[in-house]
Design a protein around this ligand. Structure first.
Ligand code: ZN
Length: 421
């Protein structure tokens, strides 16, 4: 292992630039740069994995890297085989269902690899991916994701959530395959009650499996604009009944955006009570919801900041990349946070800083991954072209370079302008 220093870095807890010394993959020291201790040496185009070369962060902001709490690697990058015209949930499910039948292990591996490389280059160091195991894909996608997880482990930690996207209560084969995946190394289980004929029974069944294998639970939930008939009370009830507080998360939950303030507050209280995490997926939520409106199209994305203020764990994530659910995407979490902040009409620095937590420390905690920048911690660090986390979100800052366990994993140097004489 090499011993080197990331110089002139701005850290969240420090007022002045610091030098971060890295030894044997860990943070060995963090020292405030005194006087004009700035170095002129710039070595940003060469990885320092073989020899000790210091990295000059030039006063840019250094963070722990980003964490995707909700992404689908198995069905990413399939726009070339889908017909996307209406932009509705039904169309997305139907088109993806057709495409899934032809997924091969190699095909899923290649597309997952592409997205993981996108994510690494955008500064993401950990993610939770859903993987569907049903009569259409059987174990092919799961096997492919495990292979991709191993290939990219040097740069990014991948958690696998085996997922019942298309119903469960009337699909014994899906139930069998979910259990098979959990036996073969899936980290947790995901459910989707709104795509099941019996949503409440679906929720119970997912919890039954989770308890059997002692794994966490993640639901796609309440994905429409009708403020009524939320599944939150049912998930809360089952979470408490089974002692699963702190082990459950819910994604989308766009019904919350349609509820009046009092009802939304009531739901926030329930989530807090059961310690259920809320994951907002702005790119998909804004694309799918309201496509039948001709004017004043609703956003569908809930403002998670008031939930965070009440003590609910909150995250922002990418969900889908280049498919019928979201025909856009670059796996950039800073772009997702920027989009969220814009949709949620955040304005103050404090509000923006809370949004930064939603793609960093909050998500890392959900995934049980480490995100502390302290002496003794793994040297997993990402340099952003900004002076702090607030500017990073406001300007959609570029990730300039990243290190995992003390080894540089990517370089994406800042653009330069060649001024004319
Ligand atoms: Zn999803």
């Amino acid at each position: 292992m090499t011993d080197f220093t990331i110089k002139n870095a701005m850290l969240r807890a420090y007022q002045y630039p610091v030098n971060i010394r890295i030894k044997d993959g860990l943070i060995a020291s963090i020292d405030v740069v005194k006087g004009d201790g700035a170095t002129d040496k710039v070595e940003i185009s060469k990885p320092n994995n073989d020899e000790a070369i210091d990295y000059d962060a030039k006063g840019n902001f250094v963070c722990s890297g980003f964490f995707e709490s909700h992404i689908h690697l198995d069905k990413a990058c399939i726009l070339d085989r889908c017909s996307v015209e209406k932009g509705t949930l039904d169309e997305a499910v139907e088109q993806t269902g057709k495409a899934k039948e032809n997924f091969t292990t190699q095909d899923v591996f290649e597309r997952a690899s592409k997205v993981l490389e996108m994510a690494i280059k955008k500064g993401t160091v950990g993610l939770r991916t859903f993987v569907e195991t049903d009569e259409k894909t059987e174990m092919r996608a799961f096997d492919a994701i495990k292979k991709a997880r191993d290939k990219y482990a040097f740069a990014i930690d991948v958690e696998i959530c085996v997922f019942a996207q298309s119903g469960l209560t009337t699909k014994p084969k899906t139930l069998k395959l979910l259990k098979q995946a959990l036996e073969q190394g899936a980290d947790l289980i995901g459910g989707c009650p709104y795509k099941d004929d019996n949503p409440d029974e679906h929720i119970e069944l997912i919890f039954d499996i989770a308890q059997e294998y002692d794994v966490d639970v993640d639901f796609h939930l309440d994905f429409d604009l009708d403020p009524k008939d939320s599944s939150i009370p049912k998930v809360v009830e089952e979470t408490i009944k089974r002692g699963y507080q702190g082990r459950v998360s819910i994604g989308h939950v766009t019904k919350l955006a349609a509820m009046d303030k009092m009802k939304r507050g009531e739901m926030a209280g329930l989530l807090k009570q059961a310690d259920i995490a809320l994951i907002v997926l702005p790119a998909t939520d804004i694309y799918i919801n309201g496509s039948d409106y001709e004017a004043l199209i609703p956003r569908g994305t809930v403002n998670a900041n008031p939930f965070a203020e009440l003590g609910v764990k909150t995250m922002i994530s990418s969900n889908n990349i280049l498919n019928a659910f979201t025909p856009f995407g670059d796996a950039s979490l800073i772009r997702m946070a920027n989009m969220y902040a814009n949709i949620a009409q955040l304005s103050t620095d404090d509000e923006i800083a809370d949004a930064f937590d939603m793609i960093t420390q909050n998500a890392a905690k959900l995934l049980s991954m480490q995100s502390q920048i302290v002496v003794g911690a793994p040297a997993t660090l990402v340099i952003l072209e900004a002076k702090d986390e607030v500017e990073a979100i406001r300007t959609n800052a570029q990730a300039l370079a990243g290190f995992k366990n003390g080894k540089q994993t990517f370089n994406n140097a800042a653009a330069e302008i060649y001024f004319l004489e």
